[in-house]
Ligand binder design. Structure first.
Ligand code: F6R
Length: 366
């Protein structure tokens, strides 16, 4: 049932090219310039008239929400807020019928997310679900939704659910941009084409497995790790750190790269591995200066870079090369080597990768 893989997590990491394709199949028609999702089409007015979109989720799904915040605001110019469902539900949030709430949940059973959407409904908001499990509580409790087509995710650490959530949310952002006219026609078409190429680029990114394993061997005994990224890749840094914590029990933190000098830089010494997401598109030069700051404090630099990069290669202790894509879609690619790195570190530390201690796949109690 693990399809020849040692663990469900690894199998699920490798399923990503296919499940991303499954998620956009029948919805994304790049050549025709069409994005069509029934749940969005039927409620297009609600989305475009929304004063705000509020995303509620927990854990990895919350990280997908952060990526969506950047993508939706950039493409469709609708203000987005992202909240931990657990905070939202207990803080008497300001919410009305002018708001659209998007709940993101792989299992569709997370207690706090479910409670958050019940509250949003009571206050009159339109509630849209992005769930993986068909017929789950959240999918039933929402007014409309779009499923991710990741298939069953057995490993407790979420991998393919994350990338398929980003795929759905990016398609929503593009659909809204199309109707609002907030992206130029040429950009809109370019993003559609680019999204269609993501599965093969994810496949290519999976070939970083060997280098990820090699790096894992060097850093498996680290007691702390820092993950840094900017822009679209800031949430990827958070997700990379969460993945490592969950399955290897190494303390890790994700930060927006520029925040490093507001605290975490104090932690950097020759024993601190710093994983920096530094693709060519995006805030490359800024990230390069962050890398220099780490280097001058003797931190160990593991950088995720675009294939053919030369500048970071000169500074970093290790580079992991990934294929180029546009900045906004890059989380779908940059996430892959970080998943593999966590996986190999956990395996080398003899951890129970698929069922880490103290964690449950569905958190049905608060
Ligand atoms: C992380 C992880 C958790 C879940 C969180 C939300 O790998 O699995 O952080 O992402 O419990 O779960 P769902 O998406 O089912 O609501």
């Amino acid at each position: 049932e693990k399809g020849g893989y040692d663990h469900f997590m690894l199998k699920e990491i490798y399923e990503q090219p296919n499940v991303i394709k499954d998620t956009y199949r029948g919805r994304l028609h790049a050549n025709e310039g069409i994005i069509q999702m029934a749940g969005v089409e039927d409620n297009l007015e609600k989305f475009i008239n929304a004063e705000r979109i509020i995303i509620v989720a927990c854990g990895t799904s919350w990280h997908a929400g952060l990526v969506a915040e950047y993508v939706i605001e950039e493409f469709s110019r609708i203000p987005v807020e992202v909240e931990y469902a657990s905070e939202f539900r207990y803080r008497n949030p300001i919410i009305s019928s002018k708001d659209v709430v998007i709940a993101i949940s792989q299992s569709g059973e997370t207690a706090d997310t479910l409670a958050a959407i019940k509250l949003a409904k009571e206050k009159g908001a339109f509630v849209f679900g992005v769930c993986n499990v068909v017929g789950s509580s959240i999918s039933r409790e929402t007014h409309a939704g779009a499923y991710t087509h990741a298939g069953p995710e057995i490993g407790v650490a979420s991998t393919k659910a994350f990338t398929t959530q980003i795929t759905v949310l990016t398609m929503i952002a593009l659909r809204l941009a199309k109707v609002k006219g907030t992206l130029s026609n040429s950009d809109f078409h370019r993003y559609l084409q680019e999204l269609e190429l993501i599965p093969e680029k994810v496949l290519e990114a999976l070939s970083t497995n060997d280098i990820a394993k090699e790096i894992a061997t060097k850093y498996k005994d680290a007691s702390n790790c820092l993950y840094l990224g900017r822009g679209y890749n800031f949430p990827v840094a958070l997700e990379g750190a969460l993945k490592l914590k969950e399955i290897s029990y190494i303390h890790a933190e994700g930060y927006p790269a520029a925040e490093m000098k507001h605290g975490p830089i104090a932690l950097i010494d020759e024993k601190m591995p710093v994983i920096v997401i530094a693709p060519k598109q995006g805030h490359y030069d800024k990230v390069v200066s962050n890398i220099q700051e780490i280097k001058s404090r003797s931190g160990k630099i593991i950088a995720v870079v675009t294939k053919g990069d030369t500048q970071v290669k000169e500074l970093a202790d290790h580079v992991i090369e990934i294929p180029e894509t546009s900045d906004a879609l890059s989380p779908l690619i940059t996430t892959i080597p970080l998943q593999l790195l966590s996986y190999h570190i956990a395996v080398l530390r003899d951890c129970n990768v698929d069922q880490p201690r103290n964690l449950a796949k569905s958190v049905t109690v608060e």
